[in-house]
Write a protein that binds this ligand. Structure first.
Ligand code: 0X9
Ligand code: ZN
Length: 320
């Protein structure tokens, strides 16, 4: 079984190394790249599923991704935990076996690798991508690097809840999908849109399990189903360490965020269960969660994921 060291936060190179090693040693696991970042780094994705004898069988899929915001280190660490948990518990936990047999799992630990590397080398609190444009910030008359990848999606892009100033931490970019990292993820999702039943964008912090929309306080058509599933899943999560999550839409629970990931995932890719999760901490620890929290957060969050996957599986059976 795969023993990942989860007692510290891994660098981008370490994560890619771990993933490649695992893919080489496990028939369940494939690693590939869905594109290239602005600075030329691979956008690594891990696929986990039981190899099927029936090659024509097309499985439903689950997409879990983190690291869109560079400084939110607990997200990538939790995705690594999920990868290990799915592989290691296959022979131990019948529920894990069921969901690995049933779904293609796509896990992307670091969706903004340039930003992630920058937080290790230069500025621990960097949030955005590292793209550079000539455009000057009108108010500060400076040129600033980076676009907020969670304001760069092509749904209500650049409206309230995003900025047109390059130096802002919520800069929407010069146009929707200006960021190669965001465009690559969109392309990946569009190619599998009818198969993806559940998609989660992991951020931190605040302990919130969020539904669309970010751009408006109106609720999406599937809100009730999204809300109920998240409430039940975060109840399972709570049982592990008594960590309390708030469930609600982005705009109603935090603030308006236009051009954010899950609005596009839901409205354009048509993924009914699209969530944005704000992992721990809450308050004091903010983004700098001690590494001793990686495993407890991984364990509790995996319980919510397992619950959601099983429920989505059941829902599909009921519809048949
Ligand atoms: O502002 C954001 O992008 C999110 N908060 S954070 O502190 N992680 O920056 C809130 C928006 C949540 N929306 C999605 N995750 N799509
Ligand atoms: Zn974030």
């Amino acid at each position: 079984s795969q023993q990942f060291m989860l007692n510290h936060y891994h660098t981008n190179d370490e994560i890619n190394g771990m993933v490649l090693e695992l893919a080489a040693s496990s028939p369940f696991v494939t690693a590939s790249s869905i594109g290239t970042s602005y600075e030329g780094r691979p956008l690594t994705i891990v696929k986990i599923t039981t190899p099927s004898n029936d090659r024509s069988l097309v499985k439903p899929a689950i997409f879990l991704e983190a690291g869109m915001h560079a400084r939110e280190w607990i997200g990538p660490a939790v995705i690594i935990y999920f990868i290990a948990a799915l592989v290691n518990n296959y022979n131990v936990d019948p529920n894990v076996r069921a969901i690995v047999d049933h779904f293609d799992w796509y896990l992307m630990p670091v969706s903004n690798p340039d930003g992630y590397v920058y937080t290790f080398q230069w500025d621990r609190m960097w949030r955005k991508t590292r793209s550079r444009t000539e455009e000057q910030d009108v108010s500060s008359r400076r040129a600033c690097a980076g676009v907020d990848p969670n304001r760069n999606w092509d749904t209500h892009w650049g409206e309230r809840g995003a900025s047109h100033k390059p130096c802002s931490i919520i800069y929407a970019g010069q146009e929707a999908f200006s960021e190669p990292e965001v465009a690559a993820m969109a392309r990946f999702l569009m190619g599998r849109k009818s198969r993806i039943k559940l998609a989660i964008d992991f951020h931190s912090n605040g302990q919130m399990w969020l539904t669309p929309y970010g751009y408006t306080r109106r609720y999406p058509m599937d809100f009730e189903a999204q809300y109920m599933l998240a409430v039940d899943a975060t109840d399972e999560l709570w049982k592990v360490n008594n960590t309390i999550y708030i469930v609600g839409s982005v705009a109603n629970s935090i603030y308006r965020a236009s051009g954010d990931s899950i609005d596009w995932w839901y409205d354009v890719a048509g993924i009914k269960y699209s969530y944005g999760v704000e992992l721990p901490g809450k308050g004091y620890h903010d983004f700098i969660l001690p590494p001793s929290r990686i495993v407890p957060v991984g364990v509790e969050t995996f319980e919510a994921i397992k619950y959601m996957a099983l429920e989505v599986m059941r829902e599909a059976v009921e519809r048949e």
